[in-house]
Design a protein. Sequence first.
Length: 313
Amino acid sequence: MGDVAMLTTYIHKPCRNQSSACCTTDLEDDCILSPHSAYVTVSLKAGSQSWGCVAMAGLEMHQIVDLERYPIDQLDSPRGASLVDSCRAALDDNALCALPGFVFPIVVAKMARQAEALLATSYRYDAPRMAYYPDGKEWPSDHPRSIEHPCRYHQALNYQIPNDSLVRAIYLWPQLSEFVRQVLGYERLFRSDCPHLALTVQFAGDGDQNGWHFDGNDAVFSLLLQEPSAGGAFEYAPYIRSSSEENYEAVARVVADPDTHAVRPPISAGTFTLFKGDLSLHRVAPVAGDRRRIIALFSYDREPGQVFPAILH
Ligand SMILES: O=C(O)CCC(=O)C(=O)O
Ligand SMILES: [Fe+2]
């Protein structure tokens, strides 16, 4: 890890109510804790900013993630290795690997409630965006590089997401980073250090959408916390471009007629999704109705200390 030392410490703290089956934190209403399971995980990053320190209260990871189905805590076992292999194959074939039921429904509902508490102070984004990063060239106004797509949603930024939230606990879980690293086949992978975009939560209400685009980073990881009342589908065109071919005509066809030319994978609340968004045009279609789409986005990088440019915040 270079000069950044990662230290994970487990501090046992006493249960508030030893006689109860649900003995700690604000999760009492969910009643899924066993007595004495309460602990706090503290991750300290020596030489890094203080927000690298987290208090993860209440649940052990096997109570959050379905480790029977997805044994990412045992990646060296045959079942763990086969999970990595199948995820890698899905990414190679479809540019997307969706793991439904990754987080248990009762926990994902709690994550959604914790996230909703952040909505009031989150940022509103409402500006059309282009699908591509600028390349410094002039393109005709009807060219896919020039067309603007509506983009409207609220977003809670990394520094606004509490250290003791469940969504941060899962993001900071070292085995998740290791799983992602193995699926991507990288020698090294680090969680982003961006105070704004390392971990974010996006909220899309009635009429909100995230317009067609390619991502700047080579992979994105999401956990859907809440499905919207209607609409809000994630739509994409797998590997529509390559490093040598932009395939503008096909991009134009997808934008003009997504029903015919885009794929709409089923992604339910609790699904952890790995997605190659740099080569695959994608969007979140407009949401309709009262219940918001809520999604957490996790960022990683092959270099330690990665921070996104301010223009993206
Ligand atoms: O909300 C999603 O499912 C995808 C978000 C996305 O494409 C992005 O943040 O770049
Ligand atoms: Fe994206």
